[in-house]
Design a protein around this ligand. Structure first.
Ligand SMILES: Cc1cc2nc3c(=O)[nH]c(=O)nc-3n(C[C@H](O)[C@H](O)[C@H](O)COP(=O)(O)OP(=O)(O)OC[C@H]3O[C@@H](n4cnc5c(N)ncnc54)[C@H](O)[C@@H]3O)c2cc1C
Length: 439
């Protein structure tokens, strides 16, 4: 690692990988800093079962680096014959299951080929600021503390740690600061895939295991506090990943809060397994082979940006002169408190759903940290109200905002220009040239 870069990206999740690869491909000397020993963020660190939608129900809406990653992973992984064929989904692009080991390898190769410097096991610990500019980051590395400087910084930490550490205003959760429940996703093996497929074909079982859940609920045996399975994906013959279970009312910003969340989630796993073994044909002899590694966090801080994407924008399918991409995933808000019912937001999920082909724009201004001059944000922390965040937080959109932030930061660093003076048409054209979809 050197002391000076054009662009430093903090956080190597979907947003950070797309940002770093895009910045490097645009010719910027780029450093990507990730505290884990692998890339992928929630996708690999929290075992999220599948990528949400890359299409708007009619056509692809997320291209560029995100699509490249999706297709590189698909090319190497088992193609699950189980598909939750709800309306408007395209088998090739929507809800594609994630094989975490293949994804890790795909991301390693992509980042290395881009020419970006990768620093794994390296944690952003402190942010140095002068006036409205971040000047340096203090990083905790296996060799001790070090300092890196750059012209532009991109916060892809999922928690807005860079912006918050620089003293920029951030928002969090609902009016009481409560965030959506967290989930410890987990993998099972010794799963009789053929038996499950036969059952799904016969009964029309879906990716939420709605039929099995209804039987357990009728028997009074559904896991306490839960109302539905958020999702199952078949990863290889004999294995599956579950997005199931919620930890409510926890504090994502303290050791105590995160410790309680991890312990509570792990404690619930035997009950979740018992439900699967009793009610899901094929899972009778299934064993739990892995959770996490970390609990999945849906929501924490989001930045105060130059423009806050909001529910009204979502509802009116807003377009913006500075739109750097378009998305259409519904407002997917899991409850913050158990009393609300775990999937209470799912009323909104259905009612907010767009007709095929409809999209909302994501403005470049929503990536600019309002209180700073050289920091962009990407991923689930961009400037948005809670409802808009509940759509834009999913991974295809994180790739999209990451690619835009990386490209913008590289263009600014190369031209020695301010983020707010960037020629938007040049940004859009550069994104289009790199495969992004901008209409
Ligand atoms: C339970 C759950 C289920 C979900 N289901 C889906 C789904 O089915 N499909 C879908 O598309 N999306 C889903 N999502 C949403 C999606 O996974 C996340 O919103 C998305 O991963 C956010 O991407 P990101 O890059 O902004 O942040 P993250 O994925 O959180 O990545 C942030 C990265 O920053 C790193 N980092 C954090 N702090 C530091 C630091 N101080 N120094 C260095 N590195 C740091 C982290 O280790 C991590 O790698 C789900 C989320 C959860 C929690």
């Amino acid at each position: 690692m050197k002391e000076q870069y054009d662009v430093v990206v903090a956080g190597g999740g979907p947003a950070g990988v797309a940002a770093a690869v895009s910045a490097a491909r645009c010719g910027a000397d780029t450093l990507l800093v990730e505290k884990a020993g692998y890339l992928g963020g929630m996708a690999t660190d929290a075992h999220i079962p599948a990528f949400c939608t890359f299409t708007d129900g009619k056509a692809l809406e997320v291209g560029g680096v995100g699509l490249e990653i999706l297709q590189a992973m698909q090319a190497r992984m088992w193609r699950s014959p189980f598909y939750d064929a709800k309306p408007g989904r395209d088998f090739a692009y929507d809800w594609v299951p994630i094989d975490t080991e293949i994804l890790k390898a795909v991301l390693d190769a992509l980042v290395q080929q881009s020419g970006c410097t990768l620093a794994l096991h390296t944690t952003l610990a402190e942010v140095c600021r002068e006036g409205r500019a971040v000047t340096a980051l203090r990083l905790a590395t296996p060799a001790g503390m070090c300092t890196v400087r750059a012209a532009q910084f991109i916060d892809c930490t999922g928690n807005a740690l860079l912006a918050h550490g620089a003293g920029a205003e951030c928002l969090c959760g609902d009016e009481n600061g409560r965030v959506q429940a967290a989930t410890l996703c987990f993998q099972i093996a010794n799963f009789d895939t053929q038996c499950f497929l036969a059952y799904a074909k016969e009964t029309g079982e879906n990716g939420n295991l709605s039929k099995a859940s209804a039987c357990a609920i009728a028997d009074g045996k559904f896991p306490a506090g839960e109302t539905q399975v958020a999702g199952i994906a078949l990863i290889t013959p004999g294995t599956a990943t579950l997005n199931f279970g919620h930890v409510f009312d926890f504090d994502p910003f303290t050791s105590e809060g995160m410790t309680r969340a991890e312990l509570e989630a792990r404690r619930a796993l035997p009950e979740l397994m018992a439900f699967l073994q009793e009610y899901v044909p094929g899972a009778e002899n299934a064993v739990l082979i892995g959770s996490g590694p970390s609990i999945g966090i849906r929501e924490s801080r989001r930045i105060a940006a130059d423009y806050m994407l909001c529910r009204a924008d979502y509802d009116r399918r807003a377009d913006f002169d500075d739109a750097i991409g378009y998305y259409s995933y519904p407002i997917d808000l899991h409850a913050a408190r158990q009393a609300e019912g775990a999937m209470s937001g799912h009323g909104d999920y259905e009612s907010s759903r767009y007709a095929p082909g409809e999209r909302y724009g994501i403005p470049y201004r929503s990536l600019i940290v309002r209180d700073l001059d050289n920091v962009l944000a990407a991923g689930r922390i961009i400037g948005a109200d809670r409802a808009a965040q509940a759509s834009v937080r999913v991974m295809p959109a994180c790739f999209l905002t990451g690619q835009a932030a990386g490209t913008a930061a590289a263009l600014c660093a190369k031209a020695h220009t301010d983020l707010r003076k960037l020629n938007i048409e040049q940004l859009k054209q550069t994104l289009k040239d790199a495969g992004a979809i901008l209409q």
